[in-house]
Design a protein around this ligand. Structure first.
Ligand code: NAG
Ligand code: NAG
Ligand code: NAG
Ligand code: NAG
Ligand code: NAG
Ligand code: NAG
Ligand code: NAG
Length: 528
């Protein structure tokens, strides 16, 4: 079958018999390398239905952060992934913004109160100087009177949330946020309840799986697929875009890498970026909403390392839209007041099964633990100073035979989470799940939900320069303070839990809540 596919009549035949499955119908079919991409797509379809966790195809040699060694250390069974080659992953080619799309400013004004920072999550924030100047009029022939109603309801939500600053705690039969893990528990609670009361999300229906309306639900990128599926079946979804506060672009960066990436191509970014661009152009031409705000009330969710880079395919997506990213690297354009940091959670079987729970602090005999591949800028320093140096600081590239990674998490008081190739790592959440206090060693990182959560109350944050002092720092934390942090870690765990279906205050709702706060930051003006 490979032979005739190269002939032009073969192409035509495919176009005739498979118009519906041609998900790239709107993707530059005219490009000369389209048949290569088609082969990727075709072989991909079978693998996606088989097993989502095996990271088939091109992705297996991408970063995959923690996957590299843990499969052998823990599962034991020869699932060791190919060692990532530095050239293919960490050093993403730098791509400048596409030039054939004019950069415009949306007619959006920013609220004086920055709702994303209002809860005083300023600590991990870089103060950003947003340039959402209302400058360019977007010509859209459309009556947006519905928008005024929407914006009016948001005005009420903002007022109610501000009110909560001097407010009483509200009732909630399931959970009332409290304590120092929050910057302001009552403000968070109010904004959460307001979200539940009113938020409506429109999910664009355009696009076909596997690239759209689809994503990995297992593996290190599981948050991407889980969010997409849970959003599409969520009660927050509206089918009436006129009623939506926010618009979701259900595109999967991981699936693009898996099915579209063309390694033979000189510019392997191009087909993937083209897909993003074509999709945004498609929804912008079929619906008035993208042009209305130039993307400011639109959002994407991406966990793959390349998500941030792919979002550059459309300048307005990069600069205006809310990007919910695992790799919240401020050096790569992540803006805390506009973008959302989401946790990377490694789900082997798509659930939290076997990941949650651990013994009490008294039964934890190891001071600090890390095991993982030596990649990225920080781990070499950590390993150089601590690998096999001190029995209290268990730092390993490979775990000794017979030692289980999960057991080590459960026997340790502190679990070290350094950046790998990318800033995100599933280790912070693994620590929280198992009752181990996370130790974050990262540069340029905005921790997940740090608009609401005060990470320093339940995690230790260590400068890269302080790696040689790691033991001194951890030993310097009093038992009392350690017990407090450990207890708070158990409290904060609910915000990182993955449930099917989602439960209130779990990770799905926390991601949505962070998106909601960013939406509250912007006031969209329609045209009349
Ligand atoms: C808010 O954060 C700033 C900077 O981290 C800090 O100085 C201030 O005390 C915080 N305020 C509250 C109420 O937590
Ligand atoms: C933006 O930055 C400039 C200079 O850095 C500063 O003068 C100005 O006050 C800032 N604006 C806001 C809104 O923070
Ligand atoms: C933005 O929208 C507001 C409200 O509709 C309008 O008064 C203003 O003229 C618009 N500004 C620009 C630059 O389009
Ligand atoms: C816009 O639509 C609203 C109802 O949705 C209608 O009342 C209003 O007259 C319309 N305005 C224009 C200029 O068409
Ligand atoms: C946080 O909430 C309390 C009420 O629970 C309020 O007194 C306090 O001013 C709030 N802090 C901030 C920074 O808004
Ligand atoms: C939105 O803008 C683009 C480019 O400016 C244009 O091609 C498209 O037709 C517009 N969409 C609508 C619905 O008017
Ligand atoms: C974050 O972004 C900067 C700038 O692109 C890059 O040098 C760094 O390696 C990235 N990743 C990490 C883990 O810091």
């Amino acid at each position: 079958m490979g032979s005739w596919r190269n002939s032009s009549s073969g192409k035509i035949l495919w176009l005739i018999i498979m118009p519906l499955v041609l998900i790239f119908g709107f993707m530059a079919l005219k490009k000369s390398n389209w048949d290569i991409r088609f082969v990727n797509f075709y072989s991909g379809v079978s693998s996606v239905t088989e097993d989502d966790s095996a990271e088939p195809g091109p992705v297996s040699s991408e970063n995959l952060g923690g996957l590299d060694w843990r499969w052998t250390a823990d599962g034991g069974g020869g699932q060791m992934a190919e060692a990532p080659s530095p050239s293919s992953s960490s050093s993403s080619p730098t791509i400048t913004l596409e030039e054939d799309m004019d950069m415009q400013q949306p007619n959006v004004t920013m609220e004086e109160d920055n709702f994303a920072t209002m809860l005083n999550g300023t600590e991990m924030f870089i103060s950003t100087n947003e340039t959402h100047d209302p400058s360019t009029i977007v010509e859209v022939q459309r009556n947006f009177s519905g928008l005024y109603k929407l914006e009016a309801s948001l005005v009420q939500a903002r007022a109610a949330i501000k009110e909560a600053r001097n407010g009483n705690q509200m009732n909630d039969p399931e959970y009332v946020p409290y304590g120092p893990i929050y910057w302001n528990a009552s403000v968070f609670h109010k904004s959460y309840l307001e979200m539940e009361k009113m938020l409506k999300v429109y999910v664009y229906e355009e696009g076909e799986p596997p690239i759209f309306h689809n994503g990995p639900c297992k593996s290190i990128y599981a948050m991407e697929g889980n969010f997409i599926f849970q959003m599409e079946t969520s009660k927050f979804r509206t089918w009436d875009p006129e009623k939506a506060h926010i618009f979701f672009l259900p595109i999967s960066s991981t699936m693009m890498v898996r099915f579209i990436l063309d390694r033979k191509s000189q510019d392997h970014w191009h087909p993937m970026k083209r897909t993003v661009k074509d999709y945004v152009e498609l929804v912008a031409s079929k619906h008035p909403f993208w042009n209305r705000s130039l993307g400011a009330d639109h959002f994407i969710v991406a966990c793959h390392d390349w998500g941030p880079e792919l979002s550059k395919a459309v300048p307005n997506l990069f600069t205006n839209s809310i990007r919910a990213l695992c790799n919240a690297n401020t050096s790569e354009g992540f803006k805390p007041s506009k973008d959302v940091s989401i946790p990377e959670i490694l789900l082997r079987d798509g659930t939290m099964h076997g990941l949650v729970g651990g013994p009490s602090p008294r039964q934890r005999h190891v001071l600090a633990f890390f095991a993982g591949g030596v990649h990225g800028p920080i781990r070499p320093i950590l390993l150089e100073h601590w690998e096999n140096k001190d029995p209290d600081i268990q730092v390993h590239t490979y775990l000794p035979k017979g030692v289980s990674y999960m057991d080590m998490l459960r026997q340790s008081r502190y679990c070290i989470s350094p950046s790998g190739y990318e800033v995100a790592s599933p280790r912070m959440v693994e620590a929280l799940y198992t009752g181990c206090v996370p130790v974050l060693i990262k540069d340029h990182y905005v921790a997940p939900f740090s608009d609401i959560l005060n990470w320093r109350s339940f995690a230790v944050i260590v400068d890269v320069d302080d790696i040689p002092n790691l033991k001194k720092i951890l030993m310097g934390i009093s038992t009392r303070q350690y017990l407090r942090m450990q207890r708070r870690g158990k409290q904060v765990k609910r915000h990182f839990e993955v449930n099917h279906p989602p439960k209130r205050y779990d990770v799905f709702h926390m991601i949505l809540h962070s998106v909601w706060l960013r939406r509250l930051n912007a006031r969209i003006h329609g045209m009349n």
